[in-house]
Design a protein around this ligand. Sequence first.
Ligand SMILES: C[S@@+](CC[C@H](N)C(=O)[O-])C[C@H]1O[C@@H](n2cnc3c(N)ncnc32)[C@H](O)[C@@H]1O
Length: 246
Amino acid sequence: MSETASDKHYWHRYTDTYEAAFARLGAVREIFEFGVFRGGSIAWLARRFPDARIVGADIVEPLPEWPRDPRISYERIDQGDRAGVQAMFARLGRRYDLLIEDGSHLPAHQAACLTDGLTWVRPGGLYVLEDIHTSHPANAAFAEHQAGGAPNALHVLLAIRHLKDRGRAMTPAIAARLAAPGFFAADEIVALSARIAALDLYRRSILPLWCYACGGDDFDYAALRCACGADLYNVADSMSFLLTRA
Ligand SMILES: C[S@@+](CC[C@H](N)C(=O)[O-])C[C@H]1O[C@@H](n2cnc3c(N)ncnc32)[C@H](O)[C@@H]1O
């Protein structure tokens, strides 16, 4: 499985931005990624960080095509099982230099895994909340999974960034306004803000290399659509939050 098989590379075009963040990370020995799919990103991480141990976590049983190496291990976990996720991190007992959340992309899972996963990232380490566009109000996943439009990880991270930019604190009152059942409790938002030293949102502003739906690159540039009909330039697509742990 080639790393170019990952949609991080050809569709979202995240990898140049990730490389710039990796350059600031220092030694990378421990990596965790939610979401393995066909193993493309695990192959990429294994090549990019030859000294790192890598854990790939997915809801499905490991597939034969997933990369095999003594440095790589797999966990079967449902991100919707919050107690299970917490127990998994505690059992593994590692502090991650890099944690990428590229799993279910359900807004509630993005919120829970952020709260529970960031605590296992070492100070100065990087947490990548990939495909946060599914928490964008204009994304179909938001409409489908967030009846009532509760504040989710995108709202909370945008608030944290704005408050930091303005030199203001995340107060219990602001956190209470952002708290929502199934997403964040107010005290989790205050704690999350304190655990984040810096955060930035990447948003793809150029076209993908090729289409996720058909694999082709016969693009109608006037319509910003692939010949197969796929939307190449949706406002709520290819967004990734990069967080540096305090
Ligand atoms: C976008 S793919 C991962 C892509 C991979 N990281 C890459 O870049 O090549 C998402 C993966 O999340 C897994 N997934 C879906 N729902 C999940 C859940 N509730 N818990 C854990 N993993 C889940 C899917 O089985 C799928 O393999």
